[in-house]
Design a protein. Structure first.
Length: 281
């Protein structure tokens, strides 16, 4: 199978490249923004026509949630409209498309976990841009996987875990919200699951949730990080979302239920594995 990855330099993109390279089953191509501007439809078409992939994996996105609020037009283009163009081209060339979406397509008002069939209703620009990408893909191709995930952490970029560990070194109080619930997800596990999805499981086109299991709050996730690293002297302060001055509102409950695919391990197991690879535990 010939695979084309877009967004190879991101936290998830680099993990996907490693997952596919380590398996060695595919003819694999990986591009970053310098290689290809995904908002340029003509460049997209020429690149895909030249490479002629069987499957395109788009891990390219603008993910800075608060910045999205002041860069709305740019973000809707990168995360939304460009995926409509990509889906059109994939449909024309006969290749499959995998697109990564987010728990932030939901408004956070549901009591339980969100399933793949729940109606999206984003409350911030980032979520709206990702939902636009979902909608355009479903309109323009019938060969797609929309993979929603959440709270990514991993080896190849700054994330909540590394931020907490860096803040702990400063010895100052660390304020973390306890009223946002979700499922932290290890990019290594997600990338492996996507490989299995494409090669082994091969489900029908549709929307899928892939997250590490067991929901938690950001506060309790931070506590697990410090407990695992024996950081006993950290002053972790529980706060509400309203107490933080952030441009973008966040859903209070964005926990995703994976009802269609093999479930991933717990986020605690994944966190321990990640910290081990960082040589911290």
């Amino acid at each position: 199978m010939k695979i084309l990855l877009l967004g190879k330099n991101g936290l998830l993109g680099r993990e996907i490249e490693h997952a596919f390279a380590n398996k060695g089953h595919d003819e694999f191509f990986a591009l970053n923004h310098a290689d290809l501007d995904i908002t340029n439809r003509d460049a997209l078409f020429l690149t895909l026509k030249d490479l002629n992939p069987d499957h395109v994996i788009n891990a390219a996105a603008f993910t800075f949630v608060d910045e999205c609020e002041i860069k709305k037009e740019f973000v809707m283009n990168v995360n939304g409209k460009s995926n409509g163009h990509l889906a059109e081209i994939c449909s024309e060339l006969g290749c499959h498309l995998t697109y990564f979406s987010t728990d932030y397509v939901f408004d956070g008002t549901k009591d339980g976990e969100y399933t793949e069939d729940d109606e999206p209703s984003p409350i911030n620009v980032y979520g709206a841009s990702k939902l636009l990408g979902e909608q355009l893909i479903q309109q323009k191709t019938d060969k797609f996987y929309i993979v929603r995930t959440s709270w990514l952490f991993g080896m190849h970029g700054r994330n909540f875990v590394t931020t907490m560990l860096d803040l702990a070194k400063k010895g100052e109080p660390i304020k973390v919200v306890d009223d946002q619930i979700g499922k932290p997800t290890y990019s290594h596990d997600l990338a492996g699951a996507v490989f299995d999805m494409i090669h082994d499981t091969v489900p029908p086109s549709g929307i899928y949730h892939l997250v590490n299991e067991h929901k938690t709050s950001w506060y309790h996730f931070a506590k697990k990080i410090f407990d695992a690293t024996n950081s006993n002297n950290v002053n972790l302060v529980r706060v509400s979302s309203d107490s933080l001055d952030r441009a973008a509102p966040r859903p209070q409950n964005s926990a995703l239920a994976n009802t269609k695919l093999p479930k991933l391990r717990t986020h605690q197991e994944a966190l321990n594995d990640y910290l081990h690879h960082l040589n911290i535990i």
